[in-house]
Design a protein around this ligand. Structure first.
Ligand code: ZN
Length: 133
């Protein structure tokens, strides 16, 4: 597992948050993407080597809607870059970390993604991500 690829921040209003973070960073977002399978809108900012991913729910069944209901807006996950996501997922399952899904799937920003439950990582939702070649 390598660098922090991005940090995901759950927000209620993606347009307002995009403007706010553009002011904070003094830079515009480089990508806006809807992930239909997760019912989320995402916006990405590049900050040096790492990125910030804003996430907003597109409907009430979205995991982001549930997260905001429970915890409010804020840091949702930390994503680490990996070279071989399938191998790393197996390794971490073997170490006893609790997987959220069965297999890596296509997420935002041209990545294969996989999540480990915060219950097994001291309260932090951990994402592994690998660039799709
Ligand atoms: Zn992410």
């Amino acid at each position: 597992m390598y660098k922090i690829e991005h940090i995901g921040i759950a927000v209620k209003n993606i347009d307002e948050a995009t403007l706010l973070y553009a002011k904070l960073f003094n830079r515009n977002a480089y990508k806006t993407e809807i992930v239909e399978s997760e019912a989320v809108s995402t916006v990405f900012f590049q900050n040096g080597e790492s990125k910030i991913e804003l996430l907003a729910a597109n409907n009430e069944t979205s995991a982001i809607a549930k997260f905001i209901d429970k915890k409010g807006e804020g840091i949702h996950h930390i994503a680490f870059a990996v070279d071989d996501i399938y191998k790393e997922v197996e390794r971490l399952k073997g170490e006893g970390f609790q997987a959220i899904s069965e297999a890596p799937k296509k997420g935002a920003d041209n990545k294969l993604v996989f999540f480990f439950h915060p219950k097994s990582t001291n309260g932090v939702l951990v994402e592994l991500c690998q660039e799709i070649q």
